[in-house]
Structures are given as structure tokens and as C-alpha cells.
Design a binder for this molecule. Structure first.
Ligand code: NAD
Ligand code: ZN
Ligand code: ZN
Length: 390
């Protein structure tokens, strides 16, 4: 039987070990992909902790990874849009096309969605089986690298929907981004790239994360970055003492009004609550982070009612919108590689999930090396035109 290397956990919160597992086959209507890049997202951490109901339903052992791109190595029966050798970007939501939500053109909340890395084995592996390909998978423009396309698979596309579609960002508005990890920095980048005369307030308890947002030319309450440095990377199970400071600082820089659009891009009680408290009268607050562990957010619903604040959920992006983002990357209007802090091996990617027990990595950590030390990976294309981010 053919095998491949994959990162596997056999118990929730147990060790994630790279081992030989059976190589999958191309599913009917799908593709077998050689994975070329796969990001490490906090949602992979939730899954590993046993907090994702899809992984619980799937059962263990499990291979994570839902932010991926690769090369088609085999076509499943009935797949018509692709050829072997195609370079493709895979969204994390593989919608079904036939449920009530898909019929209403809401594939991001498809009632029967498949998700590599949640409902099926994911991209922390040399190969991954991707079903429903014709409907969901996109060809990568030649100018786009695997690393760039993988960054679109989850956090950048999710940020795009959160800021532009669910958040309805308008020119001249102020956006507050609460939590500037992979998703938050993506939101900062999207708001700056897509919005006209938009001011972005980047909020994070990590000075490094604030500085990274600053590098993306966001407005940044810089001195706020050092307000609780000891708390960088905490697991967020207790209230943040800095909430008052953050709220006061946002009020101060918005003339006392708050931000027109706020986003919880981290998924902690504090980021959710601060986002709501910092939303301007009549503004929109978009919940994108998943507060799955620790304290449940406590929302001031009277304020929501009497100030007509909208609270809106946002999940992934419709696969049909992926080509728009790929075109923005190809045109140089979006630079996902700037968010990639580290390129790592499969083993290091597994360790990066485990390390989220004690904190967040800076920016996006991306697995680009999948083979063992003996074999070595073939060089990734295109020959690094992208600068490594320090
Ligand atoms: N809705 C979706 O479709 C979707 C898609 C992708 C990710 N997510 C979720 O988004 C969240 C973020 O994912 P990520 O991979 O970017 O996480 P991450 O761990 O990379 O980033 C979290 C950031 O929040 C910061 N932070 C922690 N506490 C804070 C506080 N009190 N105030 C301000 N900042 C604080 C951390 O310093 C870090 O920079 C997760 O909950 C993930 O599951 C949701
Ligand atoms: Zn994700
Ligand atoms: Zn559906």
C-alpha cells in the first residue's frame, strides 16, 4: 500500500506526530493534491483541543490543516475542470451546492459543508484528497505562489468577507481590528488594500503583533502596545486588566465616537467585548474569531439596542469569490507573503499547534516542507520572488 508522511494526533491535546499513513486516493468529483503549502491557524488548535465538533464527529486519529494549496496529481471520476499538474488554491469550505443555504447563495454556511482539516483529513500531509473540486477549487494564476495561495485558503479570504462583505466597509471609515494574529493582520491588510481613505486601529496585547500591523501602515496606538506585555500569549481564560485602557484609547483617537466597523479577529471574550464597546453608534461589529475556550463573551445588549449596533457573524468566503482575491494577489494589490512570518517543516507545523497552549505565533506560520530530512523537498516555485519577512 502506498503511504505518505502526515502529522497525526490520536488523542485530543496529545502529541501531534509525523508518521507514515496510507496515501489517499482521488475522491469521486474531486482531486488528489500534492500539498505545497499549508498554514497553521488557531482553528487547528481548537480542533486539537477537542473543541471542534466536526473533528469530534470524524473521530481520531486525525490530520489537521485547512489553509492549503498544491498541485493536482490525480483526478477523481467526474471531475471536469482540472488537469493533472494544475496549481490550485483550496478554500476551507467545500460547499455542497444543493442545500437550502447553497440554493440561497450562502455557501459559507452550507448545511452539508466539507472542510479539509475538520470534516476530513487536512493538509498537514504530503497529499490530501479534496472532494467537490469543480464547485470549490480555484486555479492559481501563474504569478501567484503556493505560499500566497495557501494564505488565501482561510485567513485572508475570511478577512475579506468579514471586512468587505459582512462588515460593508465604506470609504472614510475607521476600522478597529481586535487581535492582530494571522486573521487580524489579514483584516488590516484587506481594509488598507480595499478601502478608500480608511483608518485602521490595530489592537493587540502583543507589542510584536502591534508592530507588525504598524509595518502594514495601520494606525496603531503604539504606546498601548506596551500596556500589558506580561500578558502576551496568555490563554485568555481571565479578564484582561487592560480592557479599560484599550477602550479609552480607541475613544480618544476616534474623538470619543468609537470605530464605524469593529472586528473580533482573535476569538477571546476580551476581544469580542472590547470590539462591541468600541463600536460607534449605528456601527457594525463583526464576529470572526471563535471564542471556543475560556470565558464566554458578555455583550452589553442594551447598548446594542439603543445605539443600533449591528453584530454580524462571518465565516470563510464563497469559493466563487476566490478568483477575485487571487487576481488581487497577481496584480500586487494584496501581498499575503508579508503576513507569513515563518516557513516551516511538517514537524515544526505540528509543534506550532501545540505551542498555542501558551501563546500566539506572530503573523502566519506556513508549512512549505513536507518530506523527511533524507528525501528533501523539491524547490517550491516560483523561484522566491517574495522577500522573507523578518
Ligand atoms: N470565522 C472564520 O471563518 C474563521 C476563520 C479563520 C480563523 N477563525 C478564528 O479566528 C481567530 C484568530 O485566528 P488566528 O489564527 O489569527 O489566531 P492567532 O492566535 O494567530 O491570533 C490571535 C491574536 O490575538 C491577540 N490577543 C490575545 N488576546 C488579546 C486581547 N485581549 N486583546 C487584543 N489582542 C489579543 C494575540 O496576541 C494574537 O496576536 C481564532 O478564533 C480562529 O479560530 C475564524
Ligand atoms: Zn483557519
Ligand atoms: Zn450546501
Amino acid at each position: 500500500m502506498a503511504t505518505m508522511r502526515a502529522a497525526v494526533y490520536t488523542t485530543f491535546s496529545g502529541p501531534i506526530i509525523v508518521q507514515e499513513v496510507p496515501k489517499p486516493t482521488a475522491p469521486v468529483g474531486g482531486l488528489l493534491l500534492r500539498v505545497k503549502a499549508c498554514g497553521v491557524c488557531r482553528s487547528d488548535y481548537h480542533g486539537w483541543k477537542g473543541l471542534d465538533s466536526d473533528i469530534v464527529t470524524h473521530g481520531l486519529p486525525f490530520t489537521p490543516g485547512h489553509e492549503l494549496s498544491g498541485v493536482v496529481v490525480k483526478l477523481g471520476l467526474g471531475t471536469t475542470k482540472f488537469q493533472v499538474g494544475d496549481r490550485v488554491a483550496v478554500p476551507f469550505i467545500l460547499s455542497c451546492g444543493s442545500c437550502r443555504q447553497c440554493a440561497r447563495n450562502r455557501p459559507t454556511i452550507c448545511e452539508a459543508q466539507g472542510q479539509p482539516g475538520f470534516t476530513m483529513p487536512g493538509g498537514f500531509a504530503e497529499f490530501v484528497a479534496v472532494p467537490r473540486a469543480d464547485r470549490n477549487v480555484s486555479l492559481m494564476p501563474p504569478k501567484v505562489s503556493f505560499l500566497q495561495a495557501a494564505a488565501l485558503g482561510c485567513r485572508l479570504t475570511t478577512a475579506y468577507r468579514a471586512v468587505m462583505q459582512q462588515g460593508r466597509l465604506q470609504s472614510g471609515e475607521t476600522v478597529g481590528v481586535f487581535g492582530c494574529g494571522g486573521l487580524g493582520l489579514s483584516a488590516v491588510m484587506i481594509a488598507l488594500a480595499a478601502g478608500d481613505n480608511v483608518r485602521v486601529l490595530a489592537v493587540d496585547t502583543s507589542e510584536e503583533a502591534c508592530n507588525k500591523a504598524w509595518d502594514l501602515h495601520a494606525f496603531n496606538a503604539k504606546e498601548g502596545a506596551s500596556l500589558a506585555p506580561a500578558r502576551v500569549g496568555m490563554t485568555q481564560s481571565e479578564p484582561m486588566p487592560s480592557d479599560e485602557y484599550i477602550r479609552a484609547r480607541v475613544a480618544e483617537v476616534t474623538g470619543g465616537f468609537g470605530a464605524d466597523l469593529t472586528l473580533d479577529t482573535a476569538g477571546f471574550a476580551a476581544t469580542c467585548e472590547n470590539a462591541v464597546w468600541c463600536t460607534r453608534r449605528g456601527g457594525r461589529m463583526v464576529q470572526v474569531g471563535l471564542p471556543l475556550h475560556g470565558k464566554e463573551p458578555c455583550i452589553p445588549m442594551a447598548r446594542v439596542a439603543n445605539q443600533e449596533i449591528e453584530i454580524i457573524g462571518s465565516h470563510g468566503l464563497a469559493a466563487t469569490d476566490m478568483p477575485v482575491l487571487l487576481a488581487m494577489v497577481a496584480a500586487g494589490r494584496l501581498m499575503p507573503e508579508k503576513l507569513v512570518q515563518r516557513e516551516v517543516t511538517l514537524e515544526e507545523g505540528a509543534k506550532a499547534i501545540e505551542a498555542m497552549d501558551t501563546g500566539s505565533p506572530l503573523g502566519i506560520t506556513m508549512i512549505t516542507r513536507f518530506k523527511g530530512a533524507k528525501e528533501g523537498d523539491e524547490p517550491n516555485e516560483p523561484p522566491a520572488k517574495m522577500p522573507r519577512v523578518a
